[in-house]
Write a protein that binds this ligand. Structure first.
Ligand code: ADP
Ligand code: MG
Ligand code: MG
Length: 252
């Protein structure tokens, strides 16, 4: 589904990604861990096509397409979803309007009929229920005055409605209480269907107790320095990154 080859990227002339290789097959959940400043968020932003992140080498294939050549909207309609680390507020635009526009824009690009207001409302209410947000959140301004946990629930609701092929969740456990964490994890788990894939960026092993990853990768200094199964996350939780020894020191 996704093949990242020798990806290099810079922000403001500073090299942040220094040769990332990663391959993700349909249905797989990959966790990315690593110390602060390793480039985890940058990787997500580069994949989503955010402004200011300059690709200086390598390539990324999403299904058969060259992801890095695609516009941001094309990436979304091709099935990429990035849950932003700091979800934006859009005061004055209701959650409902915003999501209906987003869903129908994607449907249009895929050549599908737009959902009617009634059809959308039904799906949106079900999604709210699934993430335990009261339905009146649909009427509120996008993220306006939402607590940290509510923003995260809202983000998962967006993911459920957009039905992406590949979801990138960044630090979805930061600042979450245990209930909200469980909601995020349940939301992700409910969307695992053997075809949809996930990249879950996290600092802590805690989230991975609920979302069982197929693979865990450690990113340090803009490179994946170690990959393994779920037990690698447990090892990080216990021992920190010291066990990476030479590979990690060199990366630093
Ligand atoms: P992580 O998510 O692993 O903590 P980031 O991808 O956020 O790491 O950041 C990687 C490095 O890139 C850090 O040193 C950070 O300061 C730098 N960086 C990220 N965004 C910018 C930016 N907009 N301007 C300058 N430096 C940036
Ligand atoms: Mg960070
Ligand atoms: Mg980050």
């Amino acid at each position: 589904m996704l093949k990242i080859s020798d990806l290099h990227a810079s922000v403001e002339e500073k090299s942040i990604l220094n040769g990332v290789d990663l391959e993700i097959n349909p249905g797989e959940v990959h966790a990315i861990m690593g110390p602060n400043g390793a480039g985890k968020s940058t990787l997500g932003y580069v994949l989503s096509g955010r402004d200011g992140y300059e690709v200086t080498g390598g390539d990324v294939k999403f299904e058969e397409q060259d992801l890095l050549d695609m516009e941001v909207e094309e990436r979304a309609s091709a099935g990429l979803f990035l849950a932003f680390q700091y979800p934006v507020e859009i005061p004055g635009v209701s959650n409902m309007e915003f999501m209906k526009e987003s869903v129908n824009a994607i449907r249009e690009q895929r050549g599908e009929e737009p959902l009617s207001a009634a059809e959308f409302l039904k799906k949106a209410k079900a999604a709210c229920k699934q993430v335990q947000l009261p339905a009146d959140f649909l009427k509120r301004g996008v993220n306006e005055g939402f607590s940290g946990g509510e923003k995260k629930r809202n983000e998962i609701m967006q993911m459920i409605l957009l039905e992406p092929k590949l979801c990138i969740l960044d630090e979805s456990d930061s600042g979450l209480d245990i209930d909200a964490l469980q909601v995020v994890a349940d939301g992700v788990n409910s969307q695992r269907d053997g075809k949809r894939s996930f990249i879950v960026v996290t600092h802590y092993q805690r989230l991975l107790d609920y979302i069982k990853p197929d693979f865990v990768h450690i990113l340090a200094n803009g490179k994946i320095v170690k990959s393994g199964d779920a037990s690698l996350a447990q090892q990080v939780e216990k021992e920190g990154y010291a066990f990476l020894g030479k590979a990690f020191e060199e990366a630093e």
